[in-house]
Design a protein. Structure first.
Length: 385
């Protein structure tokens, strides 16, 4: 669903590291490894994450596409070393001989890629599947998304996220509309929740769930402000911005629904409650409300984009569910790996990255240009800036 930009990630969870390539990205965008590191650190925060977050302090090395602090318009290749590679390289991910100390995994976890994955490829060891199906891959998406964020920032476009529900606990108020304050406040909360009281209850709920050997999901919201109208298009199904964002969010491991603006509530409301009246304010045509979540007819309408994404509870459980051994066909309990009890706060940062990738693509599609300056000129020429 990307039209001008391409990206590819490669890498296994216990392999040497993750590679990523971003292609079609404009020249002249200021970029540093430290800038990317900020978002990688934000992905690693969040109450409910397990052991790996302590092992890994992710750092993306910029291998190509950068000179004198600015992008060159050539492919940008990034590399994130897996810090625990040193612990496992001879065992879990040996490129040559299987290791006796790493037995085959034969009890698939319900809710994970395990069973369908081995059936698809004809494997007998589930590790061949889980190494890539793990959400470790999303670290690279966050790094590539940070590169896009650097571009969007130059255009005055900001992206933020916060958690609005964990299990049954719902946040009552966001407190502010401004994207940068939302991120500052969400970053200060262990569960990225802007409602302090609900945040405390979420932490308690995660603790209770973990104590029971269980896991919990939730809902996060990703917002984007400062957008010109007309990104995406009503002319073809695959150019609709809402469809592109939905696909991008749904591609994050464990996401089960994506809604835009009022989302599911539109089903029971009447038209006059759902549609945003058009008004003129300080000589600008705008909306009296934003039930549409910034997108109408598959295009940005200039209001803040608002996407909500639900995440299912994590499939690996400390108290595993029933499964069947794929070799012996004997009933058993599912395989246990290191696991998080809740990863909704981290997922919201991954949602920001997917938003940044899709919006960068949509900006380049609409305004063209090989460099940041050209994009700015084209935007100004259309009256968008
Ligand atoms: C940030 C993040 C961390 C995750 N951590 C785990 C984990 O520790 N254990 C686990 O079983 N699943 C974890 N998941 C979810 C699985 O990767 C996901 O459920 C699995 O790939 C199956 O894909 P599906 O749920 O989209 O069908 C995580 C997901 C995200 C977004």
């Amino acid at each position: 669903m990307l039209h001008r930009l391409k990206f590819l990630t490669a890498g296994e969870s216990h392999g040497k590291g993750l590679s990523g390539i971003l292609e079609g990205f404009p020249a002249g965008v200021p970029l540093t490894e430290a800038y990317i590191a900020q978002d990688l650190a934000r992905r690693q925060m969040g109450y409910g994450r397990g052991g790996r977050m302590k092992i890994e302090t992710d750092h993306a090395e910029i291998l190509t596409g950068l000179r004198h602090g600015k992008t060159l318009g050539s492919p940008i290749a990034l590399w994130i070393q897996n810090r625990d590679w040193e612990n496992w390289k001879l065992d879990k991910m040996s490129h040559t001989e299987p290791s006796k100390s790493v037995p085959e995994i034969t009890l698939p976890r319900p809710g994970h890629a395990d069973l369908a994955g081995i059936q698809k490829f004809g494997f007998t060891d589930i590790r061949n599947v889980l190494e890539r199906s793990s959400a470790r891959e999303t670290a690279m998406r966050v790094a590539l998304g940070a590169v896009c964020r650097a571009f969007l920032k130059e255009l005055g476009i900001e992206i933020a996220s916060h958690v609005i529900q964990i299990g049954p606990i719902k946040a009552q108020s966001a407190g502010t509309d401004d994207c940068s304050s939302i991120n500052t406040n969400a970053d200060a909360s262990e569960v990225r929740c802007l409602d302090e009281k609900a945040g405390d209850q979420m932490i308690k709920h995660i603790d209770d769930t973990r104590r029971q050997g269980d896991s919990i999901g939730g809902i996060f919201e990703v917002l984007a402000s400062g957008l010109p109208p007309g990104l995406g298009s009503y002319t073809h199904w695959d150019r609709k911005l809402d469809a592109r964002l939905a696909a991008a969010m749904m591609s994050i491991n464990a996401m089960k629904s994506v809604t835009i603006g009022d989302g599911l509530n539109v089903a029971e409301a009447s038209g006059s409650q759902v549609h945003d009246e058009i008004i003129i304010e300080e000589n600008k045509i705008r909306r009296a409300s934003n039930h549409a979540g910034g997108i109408e007819g598959g295009m940005s309408n200039g209001e803040r984009i608002q996407v909500q994404v639900s995440m299912k509870p994590i499939p690996t459980l400390a108290r595993p569910l029933r499964s069947v051994d794929i070799k012996t066909r004997e009933p058993g309990i599912a395989h246990k790996e290191r696991t998080d009890a809740c990863a909704v706060p981290a997922a919201s940062v991954i949602g920001e990255a997917m938003m940044a990738l899709v919006l960068t693509d949509a900006i380049l599609e609409k305004f063209g240009g090989d460099s940041l300056e050209q994009v700015k000129t084209h935007m100004a020429a259309t009256g968008a800036r």
